[in-house]
Design a protein around this ligand. Sequence first.
Ligand code: ATP
Ligand code: MG
Length: 549
Amino acid sequence: MTGSIDNTLFILAKITKSKAALLLKLNNLESRVISFVGENPNKLTEFNDSLFHLHKSSGVELTSVESLPAFKSVTNYFGVTSCFIENVFSVNERNESVYLILFTDEINRYDQGSRDILFPIINILSNQLKEAESEEYQAAEEEMLVTEESVDEKFILENWKENFNDLLNLSDDIILLLDSAGCFLKINNSGALTLDYKPEELKGKHFLDIVSDENKAEVSIAFNSLIHSKKPTTFRAEFKTKLDKNVSVEFTAKTIIKENKIIGLIGIGKDISQLKKYEEEVRRLKPKLIEAERIIQVERSRVQHQKSIIEELNRLKSEFVSNISHEFRTPLASIIGFSETIVSDPDLPEEMKAEFNNVILTEGKRLAKLINDVLDLSKIEGNKITLVKNNFNIISMLKKIIEENKPLAEEKSIVLNYEYPQNEIFIEGDEEKLAQAFDALINNAIKFTNNQGRVKVIVNSLYKEVEIVVSDTGIGIPKKDLPYIFQKFYRVSRPGTEIPGTGIGLVFVKQIVDLHKGLISVQSELGNGTTFIIKLLKNTRVNKSEVRS
Ligand code: ATP
Ligand code: MG
């Protein structure tokens, strides 16, 4: 057994198709696996290739191996005459097989008997081979990886300038390199283009040379602080381009320092011209926006005010409906009540009948007045009042109204006075409507004056106007209510002492005075009485003689 292996000079193991094989060199019974590279690689490589080819096509058999031309050159090279082939482990993951080829110089040395004896030794060797093969494979893989990576990295690093230049030109920003004096060393293509230059045109030019005159001082200050801070600094520069355009750029720049000395400056800038325009536009529009907001605010409060007026009007309207229904119902109840009594009792004494008829008449008149008031209101609301004008003496007209109101005043022991000039005063107007208006004023004065009070009507003749003053010593109107008394349905709320009325009398008065192009004003003090002053134009043609006299 030992003889068989003793006589084995070399054992060749085919390992990989990558031409690496392992040669087991036997020396004094000691065997170790070594790479055969360097041991006549050409011959072994050729033999190795042939074996691999055989393995792929039909398998490695002794006869086929012996017939290989490469086998002859190997046996010659080793000085051996015969060999023995053993497949020691099966096809591996790389589709390779490992065969042991034992060479000897003794012909037919490896007969069946010696082969059986050789197997345990082959086993040991095959294990060694397995380990060697996997180590070699890993090492080869790692080597391949490392080499590939380092080669690429090396290439990239060697060519970084070129790649970096490409990168600079891919950017839309302005990327520049200035020398310590502030002159351009380098600028990327799009940066130069933003300033309407070619990169080479800017080379050597001073940065400040292309900054607009107005901005030079500011940029100088920014440069100064940049040099002193040694940190990246952001500043704005306004450029005058080669084509005389204005371009605003926001830069972030940093100094380049070598051995504590500033040797240059690197900076990146963004064209913010458009942004600046937007900023200016926003600045320009800001006052307008503020103004618009103010107007919206005013409109909002106006709408709010109108809304509250509408709400108030709605409230007053429903109050009016309930008041007017009440006002209608009271005289109607009297009329129906007294009529029924007369009809149902034929024996009613004549005096009583007369008295009841009187009540029916008075209440009927009151109802008629109420209906007229409501009709007047609808006319006022529809602006449907038309004046029927004639020339009339206002003094006489007022005298008549005062006379008509005397019974009412007397009911409350109110003194009703009338003061007027000697001369007649004519005006051109709707006598009937003006009479209704003054009647409403005098009626109010009596209604809102307590018993024993005084109501006075004074007529003053002015230059072109006649002034009629209706004043009373009544309950007065609170200051806060004064602005609203000419509004529809407005009645001063007097809790506890509710005085009947619908709140349309003064609306009508104002409307009539306005239609006559006259003026109405009111003065009042709570608890001390009220004065209404009406001014109407005199009919100068008729009143001429009076004016002259
Ligand atoms: P009507 O429609 O029947 O005349 P009214 O008298 O209540 O009802 P207006 O004549 O329009 O309504 O007057 C409006 C409000 O002004 C009154 O409710 C009253 O509060 C106040 N007012 C008018 N005249 C006087 C006055 N001389 N003294 C005190 N308050 C007055
Ligand atoms: Mg009234």
